[in-house]
Design a protein around this ligand. Sequence first.
Ligand code: FEO
Length: 165
Amino acid sequence: MIGKKMTDALNLQMNREFFNSRLYLSMAAYFESLNMSGAAQWMAAQAQEETGHAMRLYNHLRERGARILLAAVEAPPTQWDSPLAAFEAAYEHECKVSRQFDEHMALAQSEKDYATIVLLQWFINEQVEEEAPTDAIVQKIKMIGDNKGGLFMLDRALSERKTKG
Ligand code: FEO
């Protein structure tokens, strides 16, 4: 059985992850509007992974006999000033999510909830894997600057992203 505080925290995070999925799908739609289909595909793959994160939390709550509570998901932004602004927003968002998981881990440790600690360890590793490539793309777009050819090449490279499943 899982404690009330931990249940509330994981329900909150599950709902946040559903928001994350919608945020990235909204970024995918933004890139579609710019005819940057590679970046759109990259963001759509990220959206799919975020749903996977939500379901990982859902399944943990289910397996621990907790009451799962789905909440309303707020509407994500729909517009960014530039491809750079969108990827910067994605990177900043992932840094925020990393801090959220750090807080959950601190709670799990104080509650001595070892099963949740194991689950959160996966998420903390996953956050490292999410921050690094997003920041790398930000740096590449900064390097490319106003070079349309460079942006075209980057868009093509981004289309190669596959979901982890
Ligand atoms: Fe599931 Fe990218 O946070």
